[in-house]
Design a protein around this ligand. Sequence first.
Ligand code: ZN
Length: 690
Amino acid sequence: MRHPFKTFALASCVLSLLLLTSTYAQKHSPQPQSHGIAIANMDTSVVPGDDFYLYANGAWIQRTPIPPDRSRIGVFSKLADLTEKQTKGIIETISKSKSAEGSETRQIADLYASFMDEKGIESRGFAPLKPHLEAIAAIKNKQELARALGESLRADVDPLNNTNFHTANLFGLWTAPGFEDSEHYAAYLLQGGVELPSRDYYLSDTPRMQEVRAKYHDHVVAMLKLAGFTDPEARAGRIVNLEHSIAEKQQSLADNEDIHKANNTWKQSDFAAKAPGLDWKEFFAGAGLDKQEQFTVWQPAAFTGESALVESAPLEAWKDWLAYHLIEDYADFLPKAVADEEFNFFDKTLTGTPSQRPRWQRGIGLVNRFLGDALGKIYAKKYFPPQAKAEADAMVANLIASFRKRIEALPWMAPATKAEAQKKLDTLYVGIGYPESWHDYSGYEVKADDVFGNVWRGDLFEYHRQLKRLGAVVDRKEWSMSPQTVNAVNLPLQNALNFPAAILQSPFFDAKAPAAANYGAIGSVIGHEISHTFDSEGAAFDEKGRVRNWWTEADLAHFNAATASLAAQYDTYKPFPDLSVNGRQTLGEDIADLAGISAAYDGYKASLGGQPEPVQGGLSGDQQFFIAFAQNWGGKTREGALRRQLMTDPHAPGQFRSYTVRNIDPWYPAFKVKEGEKLYLAPANRVRIW
Ligand SMILES: [Zn+2]
């Protein structure tokens, strides 16, 4: 991602945005350290069947303000806080140790120091950007423009794993196992070209979006002024118009998530005919992809449309667009006035966050972005002991066993389809805590006095790492998240799961907590990731990670009907009068939540081994299980950020994720939920998929 601190959507994973840390929240949290569900967070005056989310989280929501430097906060921010403190400690120790030049620890220390060097950043001003801006100014014709557009291509999108569909460059590259040949890395190309979070920010006519667009125009003017451009008003007009035209060519997020629409193979020689306008020969040469014969084009119509715009829009507009995007994408590493203007628009205006995160936290974010494995190697060694790994291993094995039993018991599924589903579980690679091999950062040049250069070279280093592996044999055990990430992910093309060390801690997972709480919290997260193997996207891939239809016709029809009714259920959730959840956009995540909690519930019951359910705070085991699940999703989000989530994120807001329970039969007797209560569904209307 080119915006390290503008976190966009992550998809197959369990959380949309890392619930960022806040010591502030901790100070406002009165309950003492305890194990199991947080009873002090509940609001028992709420009828569980009316609003289970508020019943489980109401007291916490009442007493917890959103910190001024956050757009959102979650019940388990404590865990993210802890992880950030842990990584800060590691970086500080490394920085004092004066490691040898060229070592990874020296790279970490220098990268962090370069970001903390505010004086140096001020004194260099726009100088680091100057040669790049001059190169743009020197572009004489559309052929040179095509070359420059190719040179700006980066590996900054990831549609399936950390699902990120956004790049402000014209297009984005993703290298991953091929749809048809999952044994080798293939080149995927995705649409891009706009700075605002999605096409809807340009195309929606709601008053809120019209206001955002007016402020965006002013922001572009301000950025151009700061960079010393003449005629900033006219240039900003051209830039915003061009982005609007690009947005009109783009495909929606719900369509982006449909694998079958994305599976389009174009030979390099096809581009000129299928998407005329852009000089593709120059583009691929600029991108270093001239030898790559074949691509998967995720959104063919967008490629045709955007390429035509390269021809039809004036050269001057494209040059302004290139220059502005360069400044915007590197604003965090330029003088304070530029970084502040960028924050004021992208965070304050778009999400409503009043103040910047402390600089040291952003510095850690930068290290995680470019040296995630180098830092993660130390983190895992220090904070993820073998005992924790053994406990997590056992829980995952238990959840997979539950899932197997559920598949066998499905009344609607034919034996042939069941056998294929079981095969996917046989070959599933489950990574727990940290990867078996680490990324090699030798060759990434880091200088303590050059943050702009570090970021520029870091983006290119990653891009070239991706280029180098095109055509190579796939490492199915490669991770896509660092161990210090508070999240988890399913990698459908590798048929693999990653559970980073940082999420396998309290309050998600606590060896001292009752099984009911652990299965409801981390168990449902583990179940969620396993379930992605069988969600609306994952179900398109076979046991080798290839796109293959392994379903009988009748089973697929049943699956599609059941998932459509789940999408319809989510369509009814309306956080704002003018904006509702898009059930098709969040479908994959909603299926994973539903199947995940089902498997976790079975795993919980199996773990009791015939023993009676433990009671805590007057709550039965079943009650604790469902409350723990709903407490995973407790949080508060500023209006702007919540609107952005609804428009750009495949995850529904936490409140609606917690309502998954209304599809689970045992939830009803556990809380005596009756007909007439708001979340009540008649048994026939409860969605059952896995
Ligand atoms: Zn997910």
